[in-house]
Write a protein that binds this ligand. Structure first.
Ligand SMILES: [Zn+2]
Length: 333
């Protein structure tokens, strides 16, 4: 039975249409067969210079022997110069100002995020936090985006485990929509939209996939794509860079569990992981979170023409499937 659901975090409507069906045989899988990678140790001289690396004291910058490394994105479209916005008659344009970095998360090209030792993943998350904090402090930065693209269908250029960070002086559409919804909710109820949705979801339980002391993983009420999964901090926090080191282990653990559950249920689909956070520390109307989007369906003509998303998988069903996969891994709610 079809149902239209309004996204509480934006102006979008999602059409849930189980009649379309979802054939797992239609999905593609991510494979990591190659040992060679331009991002691997030994290729430092072919890449942009190192911005940061975790490496032993006796090793040298731009040389191998690192465990996590940050470089300027070789495909960067932006330049580190002051942002200038111009208006000409009816049109606006801006200089290509901003920062694009790549965080190489492990020396081994075949090491998937979910297989990294927990302590290593905690260090990766610390690098995420520190790069976001550093870039937030650059003059004029209004939007910071951290993304992991896994698999070519998810837009990844490298098989090697990595994240991309983008810092620009203009706002991003998705974040702006969420901010508008959050601000309007705050003006009406004097509370955080995300915190209120979390409270409702924890009571209802039907879309909660897993949770621990600090974080919750759920299928959003108006999931735009099948198996869309969000991970949110239980305590209100608008900025990822203010996350405490003591919470990082809980986040790393939940992230590993959820990606394993998605891989176990859907045979390693390509996916995008997007961190939605604010760069400004004093804004408290927002609530940072991670959105995981497995790439299982393509946008149809109906989606483009109507402006709706069409999702053949109700989030309650996706939750059940992912919970079963977690149970197989020995992870309870
Ligand atoms: Zn909140």
């Amino acid at each position: 039975m079809s149902q239209l659901r309004k996204d509480p975090f934006g102006p979008t409507w999602v059409v849930f249409s189980t009649e379309i069906g979802l054939e797992t045989s239609d999905f593609s899988s991510v494979s990591r067969n190659s040992d060679s990678s331009i991002l691997a140790p030994g290729n430092e001289i072919f890449l942009n210079k190192e911005i940061f690396a975790l490496r032993p004291n006796n090793s040298k910058i731009n040389q191998p022997n690192w465990t996590i490394r940050v470089i300027e994105n070789p495909d960067s479209l932006l330049e580190t110069k002051e942002l200038k916005i111009y208006k000409k008659q009816m049109f606006s344009y801006a200089s290509n100002s901003g920062y694009q970095e790549i965080i190489i998360e492990h020396p081994n090209p075949k090491m998937a995020l979910e297989d990294m030792p927990l302590e290593h993943l905690v260090e990766v998350l610390k690098v995420y936090r520190d790069r976001i904090e550093k870039l937030s402090k650059k003059p004029g930065i209004r939007h910071i985006q951290l993304t992991r693209n896994v698999g070519k269908e998810a837009g990844s250029r490298y098989d090697h485990p990595h994240a991309q960070v983008l810092a620009v002086g203009v706002r991003n559409r998705w974040l702006s929509e969420e901010m508008t919804a959050a601000k309007s909710h705050y003006e009406k109820y004097h509370s955080c939209l995300f915190c209120d949705v979390l409270e409702t979801e924890l009571l209802a339980k039907e879309r909660v996939i897993s949770s621990n002391e600090h974080f919750i993983a759920l299928s959003p009420y108006a999931a735009k794509t099948p198996f869309e999964t969000w991970i949110l901090p239980k305590r209100h926090d608008s900025n990822f860079s203010s996350i405490k080191s003591t919470s990082l282990k809980a986040l790393a653990s939940l992230l590993k569990d959820i990606i394993r559950a998605i891989n176990g249920s859907l045979n390693h689909p390509p996916y995008n992981l997007m961190l939605h956070t604010l760069p400004i520390k004093d804004e408290n109307r927002y609530h940072w979170h991670i959105e995981l989007l497995p790439r299982l369906t393509k946008k149809s003509g109906f989606d483009w023409s109507s402006g709706f998303y069409v999702n053949p998988m109700p989030p309650e069903d996706a939750t059940k499937i992912l919970k079963e996969a977690l149970a197989l891994q020995g992870v309870g709610l």
